[in-house]
Ligand binder design. Structure first.
Ligand SMILES: Cc1cc2nc3c(=O)[nH]c(=O)nc-3n(C[C@H](O)[C@H](O)[C@H](O)COP(=O)(O)OP(=O)(O)OC[C@H]3O[C@@H](n4cnc5c(N)ncnc54)[C@H](O)[C@@H]3O)c2cc1C
Ligand code: SF4
Length: 652
């Protein structure tokens, strides 16, 4: 049990957990307290504790809720009324606090560490966790154990190249450089998880495989972000949809950012080679949640097709977000990291890089924490930072490497969510994750940015977090009926941008704001998804948010009036829901030294005008993308990383 929270705090947390979702709460409260203490910035944690104290104070409740009763002594109805008051408050801080506790306790309410497979909450949904068989041949990545530490706890290694982070970008660079005969060390902050140890339960998957245990959000709590954080990074947990970078995006990168390598036949050849390495193929199983997209689009005359994905001949289990126990997915541990490992790259898990060592403008290696007081120093003349767009700027900044644009221009592909209710069972947690997509609105127009419509495969915890909470009974009823929900998401090309920065406590802070075009895009996408769901036969529809925006066809409600409501959706923080699983742009590549922290070949620039270089230092991940793409970015990131790998070889 965490020790930041007092007994009194824990009593209020218990009351909150009970108010959000019914059922035994001890495990949920312990997990919540432990997770908050482990991943939340100390300042934010202090704010969240203040909220607990305010909720438990007679005086504060008299002022805030008109009742001189501590939250823990209120009736269930009164507690609910207090929370709904916070949900709809005009004060942003109260909405933020509500959002933080709502997400935590609805997630843990259904991804409960204490829940058995026959738990009534899961039985009501008809949810059974998958238990696919582990293959006889496990992923062929050998873990490398650093040598014994010296008396001060330091282990030391030598290499030609250190790659920081083992995700989409880091994996490709490690494979390519080790294939070229370089001695490569890959340092990954997260654990190594192969098929035999892959989690089966949602709660364990989030704790082991996701950045900040899946509790990641913007500083104001309004945007929920998911990113992978184990060996394989995002590739281990992602949904495998493989789409090439749209041509108009590449033309913009060439003309506005000076990236010549992204245009011309060389790019297509690069993507084709990567697709072959990942065994990308068209999805052959179309589960009900994706049939919704194909059916609705056919009715409307819109574009839609089966997706291409990096797994073959599977589609019955749907655990791809928990890794892939069958080993069918061509994630890093099956593809590029396996190649790197076969070519003698040393892959060290649970090694968090704290500093890039730079002496007189020349890279000399990195330092990493291995846990339990152990540290690792790797001497290398080349360092490629590929810690993902949310962490790469922090690794560089903590090393004293400064550039005015480092951490800026964060793009997140903001995602709005709509769910249609269908007569048939959809069971969104089962089957190929994103088997179909519609590119009907993928081009940017004068009044909005481009977006792709896809499905979202929610398991109960994520689903409970995403659906509107309009009271405990209403949420439980919605969850109990959720097997009939067909979820739609729109991956939008950002209208707006954000920033990654370090807090005083040294933690990473994320901020993001939609701009006018971003809001117009999100509203447009909500309307399109509602039309698609209706055309596919949905009898009722909800656009997720606080509160949700509902249409009930069976009650004779006007659909066109609903569309007008969606066109006016409030996207101020913590109103309509916004999600992100794609993060890009925080160390972007380009020709202008002032606004691009990396040159067009991935070399890191420094200094107030960006006109100095650090010899031997490169970035190799999604941070490099100069803008958002509006489509799933894995293939693009890998192609950018391959380009950086070539630069490293040419420079050496
Ligand atoms: C749930 C989910 C679904 C997705 N679905 C799709 C999809 O269907 N199609 C698609 O194209 N894309 C998808 N994506 C996005 C895609 O997976 C990511 O954009 C991609 O993996 C990002 O690659 P990257 O190299 O930039 O970073 P990542 O893959 O995130 O890798 C960064 C790695 O660096 C590690 N790291 C961080 N800090 C340090 C440090 N200090 N020291 C050492 N290591 C560190 C992290 O633990 C992580 O493993 C999805 C992502 C998620 C989370
Ligand atoms: S559906 Fe996903 S988790 Fe299941 S075998 Fe296929 S890739 Fe793996």
């Amino acid at each position: 049990m965490a020790d930041v929270f007092t007994e009194r705090d824990l009593r209020v947390l218990t009351a909150l957990a009970e108010t959000f979702v019914e059922g035994p709460v001890d495990g949920r409260v312990a997990a919540a307290a432990e997770a908050l203490e482990a991943v939340v910035d100390p300042n934010q944690l202090a704010q969240l504790r203040l909220v607990l104290r305010a909720l438990d104070s007679r005086a504060a409740n008299l002022v805030l809720a008109g009742r001189p009763t501590p939250f823990t002594r209120m009736s269930a109805d009164d507690r609910e009324a207090v929370l709904l008051g916070w949900a709809g408050s005009r004060l942003g801080q109260r909405r933020s606090a509500f959002a933080a506790y709502r997400k935590l306790f609805t997630f843990l309410g259904y991804a409960d560490p204490d829940a058995a497979a026959d738990d009534p909450r899961l039985v009501a949904l008809g949810y059974r966790p998958d238990d696919p068989a582990v293959p006889t041949e496990l992923a062929a990545v050998r873990r490398f154990a650093p040598p014994q530490p010296d008396a001060d706890g330091w282990s030391t290694l030598d290499a030609d190249v250190v790659v920081v982070g083992s995700g989409a970008g880091g994996g490709v660079i490690a494979a390519d450089l080790s294939a070229a005969g370089r001695s490569v060390v890959v340092l990954e902050a997260g654990p190594f998880v192969d098929e035999s140890t892959m989690p089966r339960r949602e709660v364990d998957a989030f704790a082991q495989l996701y950045l900040d245990r899946g509790l990641l959000s913007t500083w104001d709590g309004s945007i929920t972000l998911l990113a992978g954080a184990a060996v394989g990074g995002g590739t281990l947990v992602n949904w495998m949809t493989s789409i090439d970078t749209p041509e108009d995006v590449r033309l913009e990168w060439a003309s506005d950012h000076g990236l010549e390598h992204v245009v011309g036949p060389g790019w297509s050849a690069e993507v084709a080679a990567l697709e072959a390495e990942l065994a990308v193929a068209v999805a052959t199983h179309i589960p009900p949640k994706d049939a919704v997209i194909l059916r609705g689009a056919r009715e409307l005359g819109w574009d839609a097709a089966a997706t291409r994905r990096d797994a073959r001949e599977c589609g019955d289990c749907g655990s791809c977000g928990f890794g892939c126990r069958r080993g069918t997915k061509r994630s890093g541990i099956r593809a590029h990291l396996a190649t790197a490992s076969a070519r003698a790259a040393r892959i060290v898990a649970d090694a968090r890089v704290t500093r890039v060592i730079v002496e007189r403008g020349i890279v000399e290696g990195v330092e990493a924490e291995l846990g339990e007081g152990r540290r690792l120093r790797v001497h290398a003349a080349t360092v490629v930072v590929a810690a993902g767009a949310l962490r790469t700027p922090a690794v560089l900044q903590r090393s004293g490497i400064g550039h005015p644009a480092l951490g800026r221009y964060l793009r997140i592909h903001p995602v709005p969510v709509v769910a249609g209710r269908f007569d048939e069972r959809i069971e969104m947690w089962r089957g190929t994750l994103q088997a179909a997509r519609s590119l009907e609105f993928s081009e940017t127009t004068a009044d909005r940015r481009g977006y792709v419509i896809e499905s979202a495969p929610g398991h109960p915890g994520l689903l409970a977090l995403a659906l509107p909470w309009e009271g405990r009974a209403a949420h439980a009823a919605l969850m109990a009926d959720s097997a009939h929900l067909g979820p739609l998401i729109a991956v939008t090309r950002d209208g707006g941008e954000g920033r990654v920065s370090l807090t005083r406590a040294g933690t990473v802070r994320l901020d993001y704001r939609l701009d006018e075009s971003g809001v117009a895009t999100m509203r447009h996408a909500l309307v399109s998804m509602a039309r698609l769901a209706r055309a596919a036969g949905a009898g009722s529809i909800v656009a997720t948010g606080t509160p949700g925006a509902w249409w009930h066809g069976s009650r004779g409600e006007s659909f066109e009036r609903y569309v007008e409501t969606l066109r006016a959706t409030d996207f101020r923080p913590n109103r309509a829901s916004v999600f992100s699983a794609h993060q890009l742009g925080t160390a972007r590549m380009g020709a202008d030294p002032v606004v691009h922290p990396c040159d067009p070949w991935g070399r890191v620039r420094v200094g107030p005008r960006g006109d100095q270089a650090i010899h031997g230092l490169y970035v190799g991940d999604g941070s490099l993308c100069p803008t958002g793409l509006g489509v799933n970015p894995m293939i693009t990131i890998m192609a950018m990383a391959r380009h950086v790998g070539r630069t490293v070889l040419a420079d050496a």
